[in-house]
Design a protein around this ligand. Structure first.
Ligand SMILES: CC(C)(COP(=O)(O)OP(=O)(O)OC[C@H]1O[C@@H](n2cnc3c(N)ncnc32)[C@H](O)[C@@H]1OP(=O)(O)O)[C@@H](O)C(=O)NCCC(=O)NCCS
Length: 185
């Protein structure tokens, strides 16, 4: 299994607003990227207890319904990833994670826009996701990207300090159709 080289600590000098910096690239994620995806998730998520293992990401990435994208810098280091599952015109966003050294430089927005464009081209009608109620940056990120809150799963996430947090369910209609909950449209 070939993985991306280890993450280097220095952020780039210039920020990529809506496209990638020169020399960076975005490519499909494969099962061989599972360790890099798990490492990015662990680094990026505010509470590591809710993260998946490399094995679980490899299993998911082997599934024909799972797709993903990975952003690499000019040296081939993985800097951001986005993984989703699609079935019956419905998409579930499983993970979007940016290396913390590159937060707020447009990488997350770039990946989400790419994912939405791919899903739209494949005929998807709606994207669903779940986000912990205390993950304010992610909630603001999704709101900026026009996701709307459609429900809650009470006490869904157990954090490493053993506190329980609600999951906020959000959706983005790709067809201008209101969708209230997953798998009910
Ligand atoms: C959420 C996440 C993917 C956003 O990626 P990013 O590359 O940092 O975000 P972007 O630079 O594309 O931001 C786009 C917009 O989202 C909003 N946003 C992003 N981070 C924010 C923050 N920390 N606080 C407030 N708003 C934020 C802003 O409106 C921002 O636009 P602006 O910078 O012009 O104001 C990234 O912070 C991340 O990986 N977080 C940890 C993992 C995680 O929580 N994933 C979601 C789990 S459901």
């Amino acid at each position: 299994m070939t993985d991306c080289p280890p993450l280097s600590p220095e952020p780039p000098d210039q920020a990529p607003p809506s496209s990638l910096p020169s020399g960076w690239r975005c490519r499909p994620a494969s099962p061989a990227d599972a360790s890099a995806v798990a490492a990015l998730e662990r680094l990026a998520l505010p509470d590591g207890k809710t993260t998946g293992s490399a094995e679980s990401w490899a299993r998911l990435l082997r599934s024909p319904s799972t797709q993903g994208l990975l952003v690499e810098d000019g040296l081939g280091n993985c800097r951001a990833t986005c993984i989703w599952q699609a079935a019956a015109q419905q998409v579930e966003l499983l993970l979007i994670a940016v290396h913390p050294a590159f937060f707020r430089k447009g990488l997350g927005g770039f990946l989400l826009d790419e994912m939405v464009a791919i899903c739209r081209a494949q005929g998807a009608e709606v994207v669903f996701l779940e986000v912990a109620e205390n993950n304010t940056p992610a909630r603001q990120f999704y709101e900026k990207k026009a996701f709307v809150e459609i429900g809650r799963r009470p006490r869904y996430y157990r954090l490493s300090n053993e506190s329980l947090k609600d999951a906020i369910l959000m959706s983005l209609s790709l067809k201008g159709v209101m969708v209230n909950s997953p798998r009910e449209s």
